[in-house]
Design a protein around this ligand. Structure first.
Ligand code: HEC
Ligand code: HEC
Length: 149
């Protein structure tokens, strides 16, 4: 039996190979499509404010800034500033964000009081992140070479 099994691996039939290839290909496409969709959905402002809603003041404050409402009508949304655009740093940040899912379940910032108490810590995390990547998310929009002083 064991020998037979090994032989199957050594000399797989064309049919088996073909099936494997097609299944792998279809699976790959399905995976990529789902992955792409998940990445898109989880990078929308609607997704962010589904948690960072009116209980904590972020969204209200944001609506008073030039990044929400301005002369040109161009907006910077939550993920524009908080989620890296390059693939690898983006994935790293997405994985770190599982902490936010956990925080949601535990109710870390689910009342204005809890939010205020935790706010400085969160701001510090964000400042550290920006310092480490030289504020890359700001630079995605602002290019000093093209600024008219
Ligand atoms: C499932 C609910 C949920 C969603 C969706 C969510 N967040 Fe959060 N977020 C939280 C919670 C809870 C915390 C506090 C986590 C903690 O410190 O334990 C948090 C913390 C943060 C922080 C503070 C950074 C830090 O590391 O402490 C930032 C910035 C942030 N969220 C931005 C975003 C952005 C941008 C989006 C959309 C791309 C988003 N969040 C989507 C629940 C969520
Ligand atoms: C123009 C860039 C920008 C946009 C747009 C933006 N943020 Fe922030 N956010 C920051 C910066 C910078 C900080 C660091 C704290 C500070 O300097 O005020 C921060 C801090 C935070 C924090 C940590 C707590 C705090 O108040 O410091 C959370 C949570 C957060 N943002 C969530 C969001 C969510 C949710 C949105 C969308 C509704 C959003 N941000 C939109 C730049 C942005």
């Amino acid at each position: 039996m064991a020998t037979q099994g090994r032989q199957w691996w050594r000399r797989p039939s064309r049919l088996a190979l073909g099936t494997l290839l097609i299944a792998g290909f279809a699976g790959g496409i399905f995976f990529l499509a789902t992955f792409q969709k998940t990445m898109e959905n989880s990078n929308s402002e609607a997704f962010c404010i589904s948690c960072h809603d009116m209980n904590n003041t972020i969204y209200q404050e944001y609506m008073t800034t030039a990044h929400y409402n301005n002369r040109s009508g161009v907006r910077a949304t939550c993920p524009d500033c908080h989620v890296p655009h390059e693939f690898v740093p983006k994935m790293v940040r997405k994985i770190q964000a599982s902490k936010e899912l956990y925080g949601k379940i535990m109710g870390t910032i689910d009342t204005p009081q809890k939010f205020e108490a935790h706010r400085l810590t969160m701001a510090q995390n964000e400042w550290r992140r920006m310092k480490n990547n030289n504020s890359q998310e700001c630079r995605n929009c602002y290019n000093f070479d093209y600024m008219d002083y």
